[in-house]
Structure formats: structure tokens, C-alpha cells
Design a protein around this ligand. Structure first.
Ligand code: 0L1
Ligand code: MG
Length: 261
């Protein structure tokens, strides 16, 4: 049975309250087993209206499930997208755990756009023409579902597990380096825990933005100038706990570190 608009809005508000308070919830699909992916994206849109109404403006997009390993773990063949809002961006290198549930961190490449990108047939060239700069980034994902366990519909409704993100201090020209060849190493408390190449992100991070543009175009949406795009995890995400220190070496794109408290 189809879930009606009022129900979708109620679900969006319920998810919003779990995101804001940092509390776990049951999977949406337990009570709504026939929820479709399109309805889940509709919940995400309604959630975004709720955030906007309290002044938490949308500043970008994120792509998730961009690596084969992650897609296999959820049993899908397509990436997903989520929305980034002002309150998710952390401007000092400290991750506070007080309103988080079971956060995980992953290194990503962020693009910052300077033109609108729109349509169902964009190419990497269109993306480069609209890119102001690229930046190293660390995304914090924090599924609101118990044990980080969900179906595709659940995770889309929960804004692709979006929680916080950090951008590096140094921005780079999009032509500075080949992003598919960037080698990234993530250490936790001084020990290397993950490493990977930019090519883990759909072959090349620019492909992630091509895919994002195509996916949001189906809902009549586009990437706006000034928006930040997190292109997807270069390595597996790592659990973090109070007292942890995370250091990420992005090779030619410099280093980032965060303290977890
Ligand atoms: O950013 C991501 O790739 C996460 C997407 C959602 C799946 C997860 O929470 O692991
Ligand atoms: Mg991510």
C-alpha cells in the first residue's frame, strides 16, 4: 500500500527529531514495508524543508554508497545522495559526540561549485567547467538506525546517514592533481586503519557528481553555485569514540586531523 504525503511528512519529522537529539530509532520499513526508494527521497525532501524552516539552510549534497564494497554491504548497484546543511559543517578540528549515536568517519574529496549544474546528460567536462575548487574532507556518518542496520529505503529516508563534515583548510585547483590517483591513509590514535585511492569513488570522484546531477535531475533539482559536494568515501568508514585522534593523509592534497570528544 502506498504511503500518503501526510505519513511521509510525519516520518520526516520523526527522523528529524532523532537526528537533532542523537537518538536511535527503528527502521522505517518495519512499519512501512512497502516504502519505495522514491518515497524515501520524498521523505528526505520533506526533512530538508523542516530543516530550512528552522534556519538550517541547505549548502550542498553528498553522495553515498559510491564504492563497490559499500554497495554490496547494502545489496544495491547504485549510489545514493543526501543533503548537507549549515549545521553539519564543523569549522574547528574537534568532533563532539554529545548529539551523535555511533559515528564513523571517512575521508572524501569535496568539490565546491561556481555555476549551476543541471540535466540528465552532463559529462565530466561540464562538471569541471563548473568547479571552483576541490578540498580534502572528512565526513562523519551516523545512521539513526539501531546497529547501523538498514535497507536502501531506510538509509535514503535518513538523509544517507549524513551527520557532520569537515573541510580541509587548503583548497586546490581542480587541475592540481589526478583525483583518481590520490592515495589516502587514515590513522586512528597513531595506527593506520584504512587506506585507499580516489578511484574507489565510482572510478573517479568527478563521476560521482555526474551521477548526482543525473539522479537529482529526475526530481527536477540541480546543483547550485557555491554548493559543496562530498563525493563519497575513499576508504571504509571507521568507528570513533571519545578520546580518539584521527589523522588523514591525502598525499598531494595535504593532511587533516580531528580530535573526538
Ligand atoms: O557516505 C556514505 O557512503 C554513507 C551512505 C549510507 C550508508 C552508511 O551509512 O554506511
Ligand atoms: Mg560519505
Amino acid at each position: 500500500m502506498e504511503t500518503n504525503t501526510l505519513q511521509l511528512k510525519q516520518i520526516a519529522e520523526m527522523i528529524d527529531s532523532h537526528q537533532t537529539n542523537g537518538t536511535e530509532m527503528d527502521k522505517i520499513t518495519i512499519n512501512h514495508p512497502s516504502l519505495t526508494v522514491d518515497e524515501a527521497y520524498e521523505i528526505q525532501t520533506l526533512w530538508s524543508d523542516t530543516a530550512e524552516n528552522r534556519g538550517d539552510h541547505m549548502i550542498g549534497w553528498k553522495m553515498g554508497l559510491t564504492s563497490k564494497v559499500k554497495q554490496e554491504s547494502v545489496g544495491v548497484k547504485e549510489p545514493i545522495y543526501g543533503r548537507l546543511t549549515q549545521s553539519m559543517e564543523v569549522n574547528h578540528p574537534v568532533l563532539l559526540l554529545d548529539t551523535l549515536i555511533h559515528p564513523r568517519v571517512e575521508p572524501e574529496i569535496a568539490f565546491v561549485m561556481n555555476k549551476e549544474v543541471k540535466g540528465g546528460n552532463v559529462t565530466p567536462k561540464d562538471i569541471w567547467m563548473a568547479t571552483e575548487m576541490i578540498m580534502p574532507a572528512i565526513e562523519v556518518i551516523d545512521s539513526r538506525y539501531r546497529n547501523f542496520s538498514f535497507t536502501l529505503e531506510d538509509v535514503v529516508a535518513d538523509n544517507a546517514s549524513s551527520s557532520r563534515f569537515f573541510l580541509g583548510d587548503q583548497a586546490f585547483s581542480p587541475y592540481h592533481t589526478s583525483l583518481s590517483d590520490v592515495e589516502v591513509t587514515m590513522s586512528k590514535n597513531g595506527e593506520v586503519v584504512q587506506s585507499g585511492l580516489g578511484s574507489a569513488v565510482l572510478g573517479h570522484p568527478v563521476r560521482s557528481i555526474v551521477e548526482l546531477t543525473t539522479m537529482i535531475n529526475r526530481s527536477g533539482l540541480s546543483i547550485q553555485p557555491g554548493m559543496v559536494i562530498l563525493t563519497g568515501g575513499i576508504t571504509e568508514a571507521v568507528n570513533v569514540y571519545n578520546g580518539d585522534q584521527i589523522d588523514v593523509d591525502f598525499g598531494p592534497l595535504g593532511k587533516m586531523n580531528i580530535d573526538v570528544r
